[in-house]
Design a protein around this ligand. Structure first.
Ligand code: HEC
Length: 162
């Protein structure tokens, strides 16, 4: 973060966007995020993210997802009577049972919890977005990824000439 944030005045117009797009897949972003109409729905659509966030904030949300957690995507921590603790997003409440998705990267693996066996439930304070997703990328690759994120956002007219 420090290395790159000091460098936020980077010239993104010279970055490799095709490589950034490829890295979006390599770093698993597609599993949870849509961009330009493609990808998963566990997290917000990132097409406009490059416009909504400054470069610094964009990088920060990726490196430290726990800094801002959206209630819309927040997980719940279930404390079960048998001692199990299950954290996941509730995808369905059906009569006396919750269907919970413990791992957003495997959206089809659901766990069924019976309401009468739940001792306690509270909102999770950590994001379902994993930390460390960029750990295996070089800083050059991270810049390409950021450039790609910035490129999909609609630009206001006065910035188009830059
Ligand atoms: C396991 C699911 C998951 C994966 C994988 C994931 N994210 Fe996220 N991401 C989320 C969720 C959920 C949020 C909503 C905020 C929150 O609750 O943390 C989010 C928020 C964001 C945001 C803030 C968007 C906004 O509009 O608030 C950005 C930017 C982002 N992710 C980028 C990425 C990038 C880039 C990758 C790949 C390196 C990635 N994410 C991988 C789930 C994921």
């Amino acid at each position: 973060m420090e290395d790159l944030a000091s460098d936020t005045e980077v010239d993104f117009s010279i970055r490799d966007l095709a490589n950034g797009k490829k890295l979006f897949g390599v770093a698993q972003c597609y599993k949870c995020h849509r961009i330009q109409g493609q990808g998963g729905i566990a997290g917000p659509d990132l097409t406009p993210a490059g416009y909504r966030f400054s470069t610094h904030d964009l990088l920060e949300t990726i490196i430290d997802p726990n800094k801002s957690i959206s209630d819309q995507y927040q997980a719940t921590i279930f404390q079960m009577e048998d001692g199990r603790t299950i954290t996941g997003r509730v995808v369905n409440l059906n009569g006396d049972q919750y269907w919970v998705q413990p791992d957003m990267i495997k959206p089809n693996e659901l766990v069924r919890l019976k309401v009468q066996e739940i001792e306690d439930m509270k909102p999770a304070t950590v994001s379902v977005m994993p930390v460390g997703l960029l750990d295996n990328l070089t800083s050059e690759e991270i810049l390409d990824l950021l450039a790609y994120l910035k490129s999909t956002a609609p630009k206001p007219a006065d910035e188009l000439g830059e």
